[in-house]
Design a protein around this ligand. Structure first.
Ligand SMILES: NC(=O)c1ccc[n+]([C@@H]2O[C@H](COP(=O)([O-])OP(=O)(O)OC[C@H]3O[C@@H](n4cnc5c(N)ncnc54)[C@H](O)[C@@H]3O)[C@@H](O)[C@H]2O)c1
Length: 420
């Protein structure tokens, strides 16, 4: 059966534009196109069923094609109802890869798409937010036996896998790709930091210099966002619930305070907590007229847009990707990209070079799972593999490192001899 017959996409005629975007992603993805392809050449993935459920745009699609080239039977869905690029989905189907996803599909259609992917009985999942894994565990438990392993992209997804494990619902190996150094040190910080600010400024056509940004959460994502705000001349006002992270933000030179202090002067408010309703009903009254809200965390629910709509007496879309809610006292609160991840639903997603690193981690993780070398439970790829990926990336920048010589080691024997 052709991929088109078993897919749900908008229009396969959009494929030519999608092919161009995937080719552009390939040109800037030397790790996935080289290092990962080499790893997969041992045929460990041949004939294996792999579901890729990550934001469906060009970089994800390129990863899917590399897995398919290695002989895997790949099926793809988006990890968020707002972030799929229809031309990319079309290009994948045109290449013979089944896809279940359309942009802005709404939650019901998205749920159905995820279950359609679940029903293909994947052996391996490259997941984002554990969106497919959770649905298989809760709605298709009989398919859990088919599952030989999951590799997970995000902080939120890893937390969800840990919650499944606590409930004895994780009988298979899971790799926390997010916890690999080559993922969170670069993707969460530099990738999300740059692409979030880029998306906000592109959507609004506004200037960052001189602006105050209230930033909820100072994890890897928050650190990156704050650094990019500062680089463009803005001031980040960090709101944290963890005192160590708050102290780190303070020492990094940002303003730090609680939400009540930070909100009234904020021009932009950005959420990056990984939780739900970080901005909720009681906060909207404390914001200035014209404030712009954006979310960079995994949940579309970090900003409680439903509660905001409930509080508002008027609503309109003022510009593509910008919704205005008018509250009592004629105060406007503007929400970018419906409160979905602004850098992906409202922008182009992470820079390609960053996703090259993240997808090298995900792809190598999937290969480790297929080789059967990962035991049940949640693990991180071996530090040597992390180091190999980093060295390969440096190699593409023509940077080669020195090797520590044995005489440069600080050994306990040396110390004991000296003491003696
Ligand atoms: N937009 C993207 O492309 C992208 C990329 C990577 C990760 N993520 C997502 O971003 C989120 C954050 O990721 P991370 O790696 O920084 O996670 P993290 O766990 O390292 O950091 C989250 C921080 O938020 C703080 N926090 C939690 N609730 C809070 C609240 N109500 N108010 C203020 N602070 C609060 C925590 O104390 C923590 O320091 C996750 O959902 C992750 O999956 C998004």
């Amino acid at each position: 059966m052709s991929a088109l017959n078993i897919s749900r996409i908008l229009d396969v005629n959009l494929a030519p534009e999608g092919h161009l975007a995937i080719e552009w992603a390939r040109r800037h993805s030397p790790l996935v196109d080289g290092f990962l392809r080499d790893r997969l050449s041992d045929k460990a993935l041949e004939g294996r069923r792999i579901a890729v459920v990550v934001h469906l745009e060009a970089k994800t699609a390129f990863l899917a094609t590399v897995l398919a080239d290695a002989g895997a039977e790949v099926v793809v869905a988006g990890s968020n109802p707002h972030s799929t690029r229809d031309e990319i989905a079309a290009a994948l189907v045109d290449r013979g890869i089944a896809v279940h996803s359309t942009r802005d599909s709404g939650y019901d259609a998205w749920e159905k798409d995820l279950l359609s992917v679940a029903d293909t009985g994947p052996e391996f999942i490259i997941d984002d937010g554990a969106e497919l894994t959770i649905r298989i565990a809760s709605q298709r438990p009989e398919l859990l036996a088919e599952l030989k392993g999951v590799t997970e992209q995000t902080t939120t997804g890893v937390a969800r896998l840990a919650a499944l494990a606590e409930r004895d619902m994780l009988p298979f190996p899971a790799l926390a790709a997010n916890d690999a150094a080559c993922k969170h040190l670069f993707d969460n910080k530099y990738g999300t930091g740059q692409s979030t600010i880029q998306a906000i400024l592109n959507l609004t056509n506004m200037l960052m210099a001189g602006k105050t940004v209230a930033l909820l959460g100072y994890g890897w994502v928050g650190r990156g966002i704050a650094a990019h705000v500062r680089a463009l001349g803005g001031t980040a006002w960090v709101i944290e619930v963890n005192p160590v992270r708050a102290l780190e933000a303070f020492m990094d030179g940002h303003q730090v305070g609680n939400i009540a202090t930070a909100l009234p002067s904020a021009d932009f408010v950005i959420t990056a907590t990984g939780g739900r309703r970080a901005l909720s009903r009681e906060h909207f009254a404390n914001m200035k007229d014209g404030v712009i809200l954006a979310n960079a965390g995994h949940h579309d629910l970090e900003i409680d847009v439903e509660a905001l709509a409930d509080e508002a007496y008027d609503f309109r879309t003022v510009r593509q990707g910008i919704d205005e809610y008018v509250l009592s006292g004629h105060r406007s609160v503007l929400v970018l990209a419906n409160g979905a991840l602004v850098n992906i639903a409202g922008g182009l997603g992470h820079p390609i070079e960053i996703m090259d690193l993240s997808f090298a981690v995900q792809g190598v993780g999937c290969h480790e799972l297929a080789r059967g070398v990962v035991p049940a439970g949640i693990h991180v790829i071996a530090p040597e593999i992390d180091a190999e990926i980093a060295a390969a990336k440096l190699g593409f920048h023509n940077i080669h490192l020195d090797v520590k010589e044995p005489h440069q080691e600080d050994t306990i024997d040396d110390l004991l001899r000296r003491e003696g």
